[in-house]
Design a protein around this ligand. Structure first.
Ligand SMILES: NC(=O)c1ccc[n+]([C@@H]2O[C@H](COP(=O)([O-])OP(=O)(O)OC[C@H]3O[C@@H](n4cnc5c(N)ncnc54)[C@H](O)[C@@H]3O)[C@@H](O)[C@H]2O)c1
Ligand SMILES: [Zn+2]
Ligand SMILES: [Zn+2]
Length: 371
């Protein structure tokens, strides 16, 4: 089957829209149609060379759509099922899956090399060359062959554009507050960076009962959006946020600080560590340059005040459980998804979408695939 897809040939170049061949599904694989794909900042870290990847690769890792065909070993899914793609597959039997940490599943090890669990590259170029899929899903494509363990079946009545965002930005942000910062009723929480992830960290912290919720972002539109999602205070800089934290906590500090800025820096980790109180937690969510040392702190300071710096992947979520759970919260009115989609783009406009992301115009931009 043919597909139009956004391919990256090397870091530093724009995405190129090309017609590719989708390799037919076998065994535990499924052929899917992607209807919507969100524009997450992580793709940009590869475009910028911050994170290594094997080129050429079809990018995108946040999407929803429909199953078209299933391989002969697939029993859990059938053509016509609606699904959200998980950017980590869940095998269900590895050490991580069976201990409630399925986002760390061993099957996800090759996501940046772009082949499917089992070793197959899912796309072919015009000359027959093997082309990978980011996180083994490659959602900037109309169609793809992916492993069934990357597929989260969802209810048919859910709108697929909203559901797409629950592939990455929503669980990662929401879970960073609820699972990883473990926000408790009455807490003071600081969220640095109000993009597709940070706005959902705000939603998670509100739902978990934060009393003081300080949203930090240099962009006014982001600060205004945070207020609409329930932030009690906003600040343009970490220094401004520190003043607010001191005022609202009588100088003791916040219980937790969550870093969801576009690119992790040493300063952002130090600022967040200053903002928390004794026994508090800093949750590091942001990506950045893979090899750079971005945690530069006094270890004695950490020991004396018993502070925790905690790295967090996928918001501590178990995708098979948490993605349907979050969609259930959307249905019951406890989670906002409609308000997250700021702009829509065609696949051909993917580079424009990322320019808008960098310019601070979007909470989340989303590609609407044409078929
Ligand atoms: N850990 C994970 O599982 C995971 C998953 C997905 C994305 N990420 C990473 O999370 C980060 C955020 O992703 P996103 O899609 O929300 O990005 P985004 O571009 O939508 O949002 C980033 C926000 O940070 C703001 N910002 C920039 N500098 C700032 C500063 N000094 N202080 C406060 N705010 C600042 C920007 O204005 C923007 O609003 C990226 O690094 C991304 O790669 C991590
Ligand atoms: Zn993402
Ligand atoms: Zn596993």
């Amino acid at each position: 089957m043919k597909t139009q897809a956004a391919v990256l040939y090397e870091a530093g170049r724009p995405f190129e829209i090309e017609e590719l061949e989708v390799v037919a599904p076998e065994g535990n694989e499924v052929l899917v149609r992607y209807d919507y794909s969100g524009l997450c900042h992580s793709d940009l870290h590869m475009v910028k060379g911050h994170l290594p990847f094997r080129a050429p690769m079809v990018f995108g890792h946040e999407a929803a759509g429909e199953i078209l065909e299933v391989g002969n070993k697939v029993s859990r899914l059938k053509p016509g099922d609606h699904f959200v793609a998980s950017f980590f597959p869940v095998c269900g039997v590895c050490r991580w899956c069976v201990t409630g940490n399925s986002r760390l599943c061993d099957m996800g090890a090759n996501g940046l090399e772009g082949f499917l669990p089992g070793g197959k590259f899912p796309f072919r170029g015009a000359k027959g060359e093997e082309i990978g899929a980011m996180m083994s899903i490659g959602t900037f494509s109309q169609y793809a062959t992916i492993h069934e363990n990357s597929v989260i079946k969802i209810d048919d009545d859910l709108p697929l554009d909203k559901a797409a965002l629950v592939g990455c930005g929503v669980p990662t942000g929401w879970g960073s507050a609820v699972n990883e910062a473990n926000v408790r009723p009455g807490d003071t929480v600081v969220v640095y960076g109000i993009g597709g992830l940070g706005i959902n960290a705000i939603q998670g912290a509100v739902y978990a009962g934060a009393k003081n919720l300080i949203a930090v972002d240099p962009v006014e539109f982001k600060r205004d959006s945070a207020k609409k999602f329930g932030a009690t205070h906003t600040a343009a800089t970490a220094e401004e946020a520190q003043k607010i934290v001191s005022e609202v906590t009588n100088g003791t500090g916040a219980e937790s600080a969550i870093i969801t800025i576009n690119e992790l820096t040493s300063k952002s980790v130090s600022d967040a560590t200053e903002a928390i109180w004794k026994g508090g937690t800093v949750v590091v969510v942001s990506m950045g340059e893979y090899g750079a040392n971005t945690v530069e702190l006094s270890g004695v300071h950490l020991a004396l005040w018993s502070k925790r710096i905690h790295g967090a992947l996928y918001g501590g979520c178990n995708p098979m459980h948490d993605i349907p759970k979050l969609l259930g919260l959307y249905k019951s009115g406890h989670l906002k998804l409609d308000e997250l989609i700021t702009s829509t783009y065609s696949l051909e406009q993917v580079n424009q979408g990322y320019e808008d992301l960098e310019a601070g115009k979007n909470l989340r931009g989303i590609i609407v695939h044409q078929h």
